[in-house]
Design a protein around this ligand. Structure first.
Ligand SMILES: [Zn+2]
Length: 101
């Protein structure tokens, strides 16, 4: 169920302010998500047309697992200034494949 969060390099995570009595499916756990409950919006690469509603606790867990990078974290990971050995194309590939230092 984590598939959806793999399709973006970075995510904007915002507190949802939905007052519609709609229901959603959380993309992180696949569970039922009533719009009126506490939850967040996941916005892939700032594209709000692709935003998804997710449980706040699922978003927190995904963040901790490093699967939901913020734009700032993504930028830092692309910065060639430090860590010259792994900073180039190979470094990005390495990270994309889930490699760890
Ligand atoms: Zn969830």
């Amino acid at each position: 169920m984590l598939g959806v969060v793999e399709r973006a390099e970075w995510w904007d995570v915002r507190r949802a302010q939905n007052r519609k009595p709609a229901t959603y499916t959380c993309p992180l756990c696949g569970g039922f998500l009533p719009a009126l409950s506490e939850h967040v919006l996941l916005i892939p690469e700032g594209d709000s047309t692709r935003r998804r509603h997710a449980h706040a606790r699922c978003a927190m867990a995904a963040r901790k697992a490093g699967r939901l990078r913020t734009r700032e974290e993504w930028r830092r990971s692309m910065s060639p200034a430090r860590d010259a050995g792994r900073a180039g194309l190979l470094g990005r590939l390495w990270r994309r494949l889930g490699g760890r230092h």
